[in-house]
Design a protein around this ligand. Structure first.
Ligand code: HEM
Length: 326
């Protein structure tokens, strides 16, 4: 039960009180999940976002540089078992893998530490986030919901995009990969590493494949609806795949609280270790139901930054989890 201790606390915090009748009086994380349901439909048993996914297993081994930055047990050099879920964006369980709606793709990782606890990383293939706070994310989702193909122009989505230029900029960086294993994934939110000497360093995660391979939109649209979900298990039957976990290091003065603002490309990037994926789980559709990845499920040596999205993501993932496992 220890693994879901954070969840129990979060759900207790986010259960709406009976007096909160109006939508705008609900906690923001409930408003965001409700907005996801409006934009993507309600699909019992599935995640409110990133509904379609594939669960695989493998291990992580840290580099020697990682332990210099963080005292976390994750980085002590031992081999750590991992459970990984790759996913398509949207709450639509049947979204075609090659459609633009399925971008960005997600990679959620649960590291099973030797003491029996877990620590999670929840990444996607956007280089930065379209909005900087949960209220704007809710409004973006509501604008999507209010802009079907036949909506009057300018649509609510066009109006939202016009006033939030980071939205098209962020989505422009998301493409369809040839394989879940041929994609780059980003943590986007900043976290703080603390090392044995008590030194603190703000970082943003990057997960880098051996080779990133992207498809042109026209080519992606021609692929079979489940081509990403089918390709990786087939590839794993022929052998393991590896990706590299890296940390981009903030320099003095870099803001940690705005996920719409990437740090300059020349910031130092340190290799934290190698993630090896060995096999797809036998029944991925069942396995993913009870899995919960939380960006704030951390371990000693890794702390949240002042980025406000981290807390609200934790609460929203808990709301979605409690709805999909009533
Ligand atoms: C830093 C930006 C973000 C990234 C990298 C990200 C990534 C992801 C990924 C990879 C998943 C699938 C997790 C899985 O496989 O179980 C997911 C699910 C989800 N995300 Fe995000 N997300 C981000 C921002 C947000 C924000 C701001 C919210 C809401 C305030 C949100 C709400 C959700 C919800 C409700 C789910 C479903 C969770 C569940 O049922 O377990 N995300 N996200």
């Amino acid at each position: 039960m220890r693994r879901h201790a954070l969840l129990a606390g979060l759900v207790a915090l986010t259960v709406a009180s009976p007096g909160l009748g109006r939508a705008e009086d609900q906690p923001i994380e409930i408003q965001v999940v409700d907005a996801m349901n409006k934009a993507f439909g309600t699909h019992p048993g599935f995640r409110a976002n990133h509904a379609k996914g594939l669960v695989v297993e493998g291990s992580f081994k840290a580099s020697s540089q990682a332990a210099v930055l963080s005292k976390a047990a994750l980085f002590d050099g031992s081999t750590i078992a991992v459970t990984v879920r790759f996913s398509d964006t949207t709450g639509m369980p049947n979204v075609p893998d090659g459609s633009r709606a399925a971008n960005p793709h997600g990679m959620a990782i649960k590291f099973h530490l030797p003491d029996g606890s877990d620590t999670d990383m929840v990444l996607n293939s956007l280089k930065f986030f379209p909005v900087s706070n949960a209220a704007d994310f809710r409004d973006l989702l509501l604008a999507v919901a209010a802009s079907p193909p036949d909506a009057a122009k300018p649509t609510k989505l066009e109006q939202f995009v016009a006033s939030h230029p980071t939205v098209p900029a962020a989505f422009a960086s998301a493409m369809t990969p040839n394989s879940f294993a041929d994609e780059e994934y980003y943590g986007i939110d900043a976290f703080i590493f603390v090392n044995k000497a008590g030194e603190r360093q703000a970082v943003r995660y990057q997960m880098v494949p051996e080779r990133a391979v992207h498809l042109e939109a026209a080519e992606a649209a021609k692929r079979a609806p489940d081509f990403l979900m089918d390709e990786l298990p087939a590839r794993l039957k022929r052998g393991s795949v590896t990706l590299h976990l890296k940390a981009q290091l903030a320099a003095a003065g870099d803001s940690t609280k705005d996920p719409t603002q990437p740090w300059p490309e020349d910031r130092k990037v340190v290799e934290l270790g190698t993630l090896t994926i060995d096999n797809a789980v036998a029944n991925s559709a069942e396995a993913q139901k009870t899995l919960l990845f939380l960006p704030g499920q951390l371990t000693d040596g890794i702390e949240p930054s002042d980025d406000p999205l981290i807390d609200v993501r934790n609460s929203a993932y808990a709301v979605s989890f409690s709805r999909r496992n009533p």
